[in-house]
Design a protein around this ligand. Structure first.
Ligand code: AR6
Length: 169
């Protein structure tokens, strides 16, 4: 599996799947979630509402999928990152689950390329360096016959720098 790093707006990425840093309501919010719903159009929200009606809220660390509306991607995988509360052990496990469950869901959909934002490092205030280590570790650990490329999409320079340093190691 190839790993790529870019600094961009994830809603512009032409991957089979892009991942959304959602909240458990699945009904949208700010940050990357806001951008995905804004640029993707109302179809994504309609599908999120259907999922909510069927299975209730999405728990932290879990992932669900919708189509990508007007975005160039095929799917949006919505995962709910942990809110940072200082509990490193629990936070690490939950954030790792976001990446693992998103990758598993992507694989089940025959996705070849998937783009991740820096889940939990915005509104949810997870420490960026720790979040990047967890993300890279989960992706490297994930052995897949189907997935060909994982793109880490950073939005801010600080995250880009952190990922660049970690990936060069
Ligand atoms: N493309 C790529 N990355 C982005 C974009 C974008 N368009 N916009 C922001 N980021 P956040 P969280 C980066 O706050 O911390 C929402 O309200 C941003 O710089 O979007 O998981 C949800 O509804 C940061 O590095 O997500 C939840 O309530 C990263 O995406 C809550 O925020 C994640 O920041 C989730 O918080």
């Amino acid at each position: 599996m190839k790993i790529e790093l870019i600094k961009d707006d994830i809603t512009k990425i032409e991957a089979d799947a892009i991942v959304n840093a959602a909240n458990s309501s699945l009904l949208g919010g700010g940050g990357v979630d806001g951008a995905i719903h804004r640029n993707g159009g109302k179809q994504i929200l309609e599908e999120c509402i259907e999922i909510r009606n069927k299975q209730g809220k999405c728990k932290t660390g879990e992932a669900v999928v919708t189509t990508a509306g007007n975005l160039p991607a095929k799917y949006v995988i919505h995962t709910v990152g942990p809110v940072w509360n200082g509990d490193e052990e629990k936070g690490t496990k939950l954030l790792a689950n976001c990446y693992k469950n998103s990758l598993e869901l992507a694989e089940s959909l025959d996705v070849k390329t998937i783009a991740f934002p820096n889940i939990s490092t915005g509104v949810y205030q997870f420490p960026k360096e720790l979040a990047a280590k967890i993300a890279i570790n989960e992706v490297k650990k994930f052995k897949s016959e189907i997935l060909e490329k994982v793109i880490f999409v950073c939005f801010d320079e600080e995250n880009e720098e952190i990922y660049r340093n970690l990936l060069e190691k």
